[in-house]
Ligand binder design. Sequence first.
Ligand code: GLN
Length: 485
Amino acid sequence: MASIRELHKQLVNKERSAVEITQAALDRIQALEPKLHSFLCVTAQKALQQAQEVDAKIANGEEIGLLAGIPIGIKDNMCTKGILTTCASRMLENFVPPYESTVTQKLADAGAVMVGKTNLDEFAMGGSTENSAYQLTANPWDLSRVPGGSSGGSAAAVAADECVVAIGSDTGGSIRQPASFCGIVGMKPTYGLVSRYGLVAFASSLDQIGPFGRTVEDAAILLGAIAGYDPKDSTSLKVEIPDYTASFKPDLKPRGKLKIGVIKETFGEGLDSVVEQAVTKALDQLQDLGAEIHVISCPRFRYGLSSYYIIAPSEASANLARYDGVKYGYRAPDADNLLSMYTRTRATGFGAEVKRRIMIGTYVLSAGYYDAYYLKAQKVRTLIKQDFEKAFETVDVLACPTAPTTAFKAGEKTTDPLSMYLVDLMTIPANLAGLPGISVPCGFDQNGLPIGLQLIGKVLREDQLFQVAHAYERSTTWHLRTPED
Ligand code: GLN
């Protein structure tokens, strides 16, 4: 499928109707879902109805926005009024939200056509989408491999052209890492830039919603539509949202003005040599485009992983206390008293990884351990933030791999949670510091699997990240490759 701008042109010039574009996406979904399983539900009827509304506007001579009539996938942890929102959990197998999340509302107002809700790791906990209670999503580049996670359904759907763009959420890397594994662009915005009203909470001090696209421009247009102040989210920032595509140019000149810092510590042990080579080549390319490359040290980054796996489960254990079989969602049958109803509901409604996190979280928050673990992790978080602040005194943008490897085989890490957690090494620091990060395709390994370059920016400098990523993308052809059907 074409880009947002190309499709917009076709619509405005009446070469194609929104219904035709939507039907093409639905046809692809029907053809590919038996092997991909990116969607938990397909909302064909509603999509065609939304598309008809866009066509009616065009027929009336009304002006339409860039996203009008564009097929989009939504991660199934965002509430959609009247449409099942499961979070890929048994706990919410029958949850039909009575309200709409701010992001999906904004998209609907912009005329975007939601084609369905995409698969994820249960409650967004995981890095491979294998923790979904319902289905395994395949990586479109190699069906025996994972698409990454937790927003694996959204990433696979965009990579396989089942929709033009998609929405994900990123608590520790869940947009950037699947974007890297699936060979597309994924961006985690600054904490507070996009409203989380209606996003099912995982770890509230880290969660952020963001866009997936096959090109930097598509992701930039999508972020522009979902960002902005929302009184319904108390962490929402009151800032003006620029046109993120306005600053696009073909290079990074004047030469030496833009400074990119390569994070030294991310090139150590555990990094696949093929990923290292691709990222190093990408940095050379950025230099050719006009950037000045510096080597930067962020010595406390390596503690990011351990502090994240204390802070995120702590917040998760509090956020998930609401699923008790009383208020909404699943309730275990055949319990004979209130206590056993609670325990059975939580024992059978949650999957293994979610229960593991609740146990870690409640343990580290308990009276005797709070100072030793939780408080310590928060202090480490501050140190990591300071590493970033120091780095940004000399450079404008930081660069490193998005993930240490390319997509791994399904089942390869499921029995060893620690090895799964290690995949998040390079994405977690940006969440701990609340900074924006983007993953952009920068090559392929010997098996034809995509590799991602990660760029991390200063607070609210999404414009700069998009600018650098766009200039890089224009000078490469990685984004033009597509997986075979
Ligand atoms: N893989 C990380 C985790 O399991 C990140 C998840 C996310 O960003 N939602 O917590």
